[in-house]
Design a protein around this ligand. Structure first.
Ligand code: DOR
Length: 434
């Protein structure tokens, strides 16, 4: 049994100041707390306490590309970023399209114990878009898979998509879609617009995303199933999601920190660190995404943490892989883009980065819970005044492909607790839990 912990004078959700007592992995009191004998007491004055963050969109690369990330290095990056749970995408090698692979990923996550790793199963065998995977077997495995995605590629065939949506209804799962019309984006390198024309890079039109978002919302309505749309990147996609929700369709959507901060102007550097799928769009798209995150049209913020080995990024733009790191920088980027600009409160951040993703991922019995008595002690302490300059080489990921290198972020997670166990402590707390 570990010692009780008292977190003194934290600002709960950025609102009221209170102390939190943690005993045996559970929050046992919130408010005025008398420290029990032998308790570890930490001073959280000036820190914001949030429920542990839940990332619905992480690439851990294991099995298959352990040179880019492992479940261990990715878990460490997650805990440092304030996350207590991550959903691991299926585009590994082998692909997570069987009960065997998802159980392996789930067990390895448990063994490491820094963060709860929930595997996402592939929708189609080998992500090839041709035959449905063993979704039922994955759902009934010990990994208890509820979300299925071919992320990295779109489930393009409407008949396969329809069948997948029908199938997951039997175990209350959801299809998580990477919305990208494959024909409209053949060879595409960046957002199709003025900048792509000037740079001479093949364009990726907004309609390639929007047409699939619209199709899938209609398919979800037709079969009465649940679809979650990943990394929304265009103002048009926001409009479609808004329309679908108003119509009562069971659709949810996410935005990434990078699509909420960066634009296609970054491509002028020709630096592949800014190459991502879907591509960075224009300022008016960023503005529409920010408004949608604030008004609830977009349900969650998820990282799409996509580690890549140096040889896949240190090359010319056209040859480079799509993707960027996100786990350790997400909170700071969201603070910079949305909290410090007044668009979101910290309570909104808790909703977007913990409560809603836990609900969509069906893990809301353990994660995204209120900071209240009787709840699991999954807690993130954020220091909104701990400005830091991002350095890819200093991040815990095995890869270092961050687009934020050299950028100052205003704050960061300084302590993360998973079921009462500290999984990350910044230097501020060194020795405090000894
Ligand atoms: O940029 C991306 N990288 N987008 C995706 O959808 C997949 C990801 C990856 O696996 O690298």
């Amino acid at each position: 049994m570990s010692r009780p912990i008292v977190i003194e004078n934290a600002s709960l959700y950025g609102d009221t100041t209170a102390s939190i007592l943690v005993e045996d992995g559970v929050i046992t009191a919130v408010g005025e707390v008398a420290a029990p004998e032998g308790a570890v007491v930490v001073d959280a004055t000036g820190l914001i306490a949030l429920p542990g963050l839940v990332d619905l969109h992480t690439h851990l690369r294991e099995p298959g590309r352990e040179d880019a990330e492992t479940i261990e290095t990715g878990s460490r990056a997650a805990s440092r970023g304030g996350w207590t749970a991550v959903f691991a995408m299926a585009n590994t090698n082998p692909v997570a399209d069987t009960a065997g692979v998802v159980e392996q990923v789930w067990s390895r996550g448990r063994e490491i114990g820094l963060v709860d790793v929930f595997p996402v199963g592939a929708v189609t065998v080998g992500l090839k878009g041709e035959h449905l995977s063993e979704m039922g077997a994955m759902a009934h495995s010990k990994a208890n898979v509820r979300l299925f995605s071919d992320d990295g590629v779109c489930v393009y065939d409407p008949v396969i998509m329809r069948r997948a949506l029908e199938y997951v209804k039997t175990f209350d799962g959801a299809i998580v879609q990477h919305a990208q019309d494959l024909r409209l984006t053949e060879g595409s390198q960046m957002h199709e617009g003025e900048v792509s024309a000037e740079l001479g890079l093949a364009g990726w039109p907004a309609v390639a995303e929007e047409s699939i978002v619209a199709r899938d919302a209609l398919l979800a309505e037709h079969v009465g199933s649940r679809v979650h749309v990943q990394h929304l990147s265009t103002a048009g996609s926001v409009e479609i999601i808004r329309w679908a929700k108003a119509r009562g369709i069971s659709v949810t959507a996410e935005a990434t920190p990078h699509h909420l901060l960066l634009t296609d102007e970054s491509a002028r550097t020709y630096d592949p660190l800014f190459k991502v799928n879907p591509p960075l769009r224009t300022q008016s798209d960023v503005d529409a995404l920010r408004a949608a995150v604030a008004d609830g049209t977009i349900d969650i913020i998820a990282t799409d943490h996509a580690p890549h080995a140096a040889e896949d990024k240190d090359c010319e733009w056209a040859a480079a892989s799509f993707g960027m790191l996100g786990l350790e920088t997400a909170l700071g980027v969201i603070q910079k883009a949305l909290v410090d600009t007044g668009a979101l409160t910290w309570r909104d951040v808790a909703r977007l980065m913990s409560e809603n993703p836990a609900r969509i991922g069906k893990v809301d019995d353990q994660h995204g819970r209120p900071l209240a008595e009787g709840e699991p002690a999954n807690i993130t302490l954020v220091d909104p005044a701990a400005a830091w300059t991002v350095d890819g080489a200093q991040l815990a990921s095995r890869a270092s492909n961050t687009p934020y290198g050299g950028m100052e972020l205003p704050g960061r997670a300084v302590a993360t607790l998973l079921r009462g166990e500290p999984t990350y402590l910044s230097p501020r707390f060194e020795g405090a839990f000894a």
